[in-house]
Design a protein around this ligand. Sequence first.
Ligand SMILES: [Zn+2]
Length: 156
Amino acid sequence: MTNNPFERSALHTDAATEDGGAGTSAANRSEVEWREILSPEEYSVLREAGTERPFSGEYWDEFSSGTYSCRACGAELFTADTKFDARCGWPSFFAPLAEDRVRYIKDSSLGMERIEVQCAQCHSHLGHVFEGEGLGTPTDLRYCMNSVSLAFTPEN
Ligand SMILES: [Zn+2]
């Protein structure tokens, strides 16, 4: 199994075909339940793959030590150790906390070929991953996430 998201995304072309009921209660929640749990802004990003406006979120300029979890289900997704300042207005990481925390979906919307990143546990939308931008990170990947998809827990 490769860790490269651009190869792994070939495994998933449709968010609905995965897992066959192996999942947790979070993955099986109905959209009606998500609407009750999440705020309207959280719902539009996490469940409808919306995008928050750049430089508007809570975490694009947050660089304290700590852990970023899924806003929808609480799964730990990223640590501050892999966060970097991409100057794009969204929280950016060069790697997930572990490869099994996220999953990759080919996204051909907006006339572009992109790789969507979802929470592996609840399949909520987090953002997209880009490669080869030359930003000087160890992986040359940029996990461009929405602040509203994440919940930050500072260390200590
Ligand atoms: Zn989740």
